[in-house]
Design a protein around this ligand. Structure first.
Ligand code: 5GP
Length: 129
């Protein structure tokens, strides 16, 4: 089993602080590629493509994953996707890229603080694994 899948199946889906809170507070290092008052984008520690960036809201507000989305989250959800586009351009991904939101154990989510994966720099395949 892949380590990503193992991590996802071992993760407890709850609203406790995650490693991403420490990344937001700069208590643990990350390579930040974009930051504003609402979101942080940083390189994934275990990249699955030449460009692999995570885009997260600075305030989780119960949004542990997409399946917990409420109407009040509509603005931040749209903004996460917009920032994915901004960062893709900044990274020079002119030929295309993929955005992914894993949700829950079956979706292979391992960190319960919603995040958009931005993957690029290689040819993607379909169907995904
Ligand atoms: P998920 O599997 O929940 O969709 O994605 C979580 C992602 O967070 C994984 O791709 C994993 O590699 C990444 N990740 C986990 N811990 C850290 C960390 O401490 N730093 C960074 N930069 N990425 C992390």
């Amino acid at each position: 089993m892949s380590s990503e899948k193992e991590a996802a199946l071992a993760a407890v889906p709850n609203d406790s602080p995650t490693i991403f809170d420490k990344i937001i507070k700069k208590e643990i290092p990350s390579t930040v590629v974009y930051e504003d008052e609402k979101v942080l984008a940083f390189r994934d520690i275990n990249p699955q493509a030449p460009t692999h960036i995570l885009i997260i809201p600075k305030v989780k507000d119960g949004l542990t994953g997409l399946s917990k989305a409420e109407e009040r989250h509509v603005e931040i959800l749209g903004y996460l996707l917009y920032v994915a586009k901004v960062v893709a351009k900044q990274e020079g991904l002119e030929d295309g890229y993929r955005v992914v939101i894993n949700d829950g154990p079956s979706g292979c989510q391992s960190v319960y603080h919603i995040h958009v994966h931005l993957l690029g720099g290689r040819q993607m395949n379909w169907p995904p694994g």
